[in-house]
Design a binder for this molecule. Structure first.
Ligand code: SAJ
Length: 413
């Protein structure tokens, strides 16, 4: 039986470890954060992901997953550390390099190293391999290296880990095949093998496709407001065409993937990225678009409540969420007092009705399912001026208008 170490017990490393462990492979989980390791060893997890906690409890209890701050000798190493973006919008590979350094210290002949973290193109060849070769061993001859980017959707990670297709890029065929054999342990989707750089760019391109498509829909939202028509109708009708699939406009694009990955493509390119960069800028302009709309609707200012600051529906993750930029922009307008409420985010989990008492406007920034349970009749009675701005088209406009709300929709002129 092979020994597997997974470095990085975060959003991807922990569920991946639990999945291997649940399928019979002993996993040594490694993280620089001792508190996280202690939590895992107690069968606890440090973030919310449906289905993860029970699986972690099971594999910790049966001894197949054990976390430590130390990295031990293994046969396979999976790197699942995060790759933040630097101030100047480049991939910060320092955690990958640090992980590679600790692997190099225990690497032996015949080992396989797999990079799951999202990285800029050529990182596997130009950064990871040289860092591992500091061991004195040679990649391709003494050990194998593959890039197997994660592609799972937060909130559905446990199912998607099993059923999504996977792209695996090796520094050579043997590396790709060895990684494929390993993932077959639990992956039921197709596994496609290629070279490392192709796998790296493919991963970035998937999220960039969504980002560019969303930018298109956001631009349409602006155009429709100018034309005094409803963008949601336009998109719905256009999407009736068999070859059209326009994404949803909104208050901006958040999360650690779509808002970041396009920059990893742009970083290594000269002048060939104007479309990708422009799409980023359009999506980043949406909080200002929302703030301007608020100013137009409430010219005299007042108390405004933002509902939702997670980066998308039904998650607790607030990374890159446009809500904070909207908050900053509206707060900076004179005579506005802005509050955030989000039942999914511990820090902002305050009473919705209390927050909206005497408020002049409720802005729905996130389409959390839980918002559907709001008693709008009660809200109507509590608010000073019953104005709603729906940035996600997630509310029942007819019902709200009947209650007496002034309902406004992003993208509807
Ligand atoms: N959004 C819109 N309009 C849309 C779709 C999304 O405004 O039509 C916004 C969301 O509100 C959110 C952001 O975009 O703020 C990103 O949300 P998302 O659901 O598109 O994606 P993520 O970031 O949660 O996960 C993506 C997924 N990639 C793809 O679907 C191609 C996931 O499979 C990846 O594993 C993940 O990125 C990642 O880790 O790269």
């Amino acid at each position: 039986m092979k020994k597997l170490s997974v470095i990085g017990m975060g959003y991807i490393g922990l569920p991946t470890s639990a999945m291997f462990a649940a399928n019979g492979i002993g996993v040594a989980g490694c993280d620089i954060n001792a508190d996280i390791c202690a939590m895992i060893n107690n069968g606890e997890i440090h973030y919310i992901e449906p289905g993860l906690k029970s699986l972690v409890q099971e594999v910790v209890l049966n001894g197949r997953l054990k976390a430590s701050t130390e990295l031990f000798e293994s046969d396979v190493f999976i790197i699942a550390v995060h790759t933040p973006m630097t101030e100047d919008k480049k991939a910060d590979l320092s955690y990958v390099v640090q992980a590679a350094g600790s692997i190099a210290a225990v690497l032996k002949k015949g080992d396989l190293v797999i990079l799951e973290s999202t990285v800029s193109p050529r990182t596997t060849l130009d950064v990871l391999v040289p860092a591992l070769e500091k061991s004195g061993l040679r990649a391709g001859t003494d050990f194998m290296v593959a890039h197997c980017p994660e592609r799972v959707l937060p909130g559905q990670i446990m199912q998607e880990l099993i059923y999504n297709n996977r792209i695996i890029g090796g520094i050579d065929k043997a590396s790709a095949v060895a990684a494929m054999e390993l993932y077959k342990t639990f992956v039921k989707g197709e596994i496609y093998i290629t070279d490392a750089t192709t796998a790296e760019l493919t991963k970035l391109v998937e999220n960039t496709f969504r980002d560019v498509n969303i930018a298109f829909s956001n631009e349409l939202a602006k155009i429709c407001e100018n034309l005094n028509i409803n963008v949601w109708d336009v998109i719905e009708f256009a999407n009736k065409h068999p070859r059209v699939n326009i994404h949803r406009p909104g208050p901006g694009v958040g999360g650690h993937c779509l808002a970041i990955d396009p920059w990893f493509i742009i970083e290594g390119e000269g002048n060939t990225h104007s479309l990708i960069e422009q799409a980023r800028r359009i999506n980043s302009s949406m909080p200002l678009f929302v703030a301007n709309k608020v100013k137009k609707l409430l010219p005299k200012g007042g108390r405004v409540v933002l509902l939702g600051c997670a980066y998308k529906a039904d998650v607790e993750d607030t990374r890159e969420s446009p809500a904070f930029e909207i908050h900053r922009l509206i707060s900076n307008l004179h005579n506005f007092n802005v509050e955030i409420v989000d039942p999914h985010v511990r820090e902002y989990d305050t009473d919705i009705y209390a927050a909206l008492t005497n408020a002049n406007m409720a802005i729905f920034v996130v389409n959390h399912t839980i918002f559907k349970e709001i008693n709008f009749q009660r809200l109507f009675e509590l608010m000073k001026t019953p104005v709603i701005l729906d940035t996600r088209n997630c509310l029942n406009s007819k019902e709200l208008t009947e209650i007496g709300f002034k309902y406004h929709l992003l993208g509807n002129g």
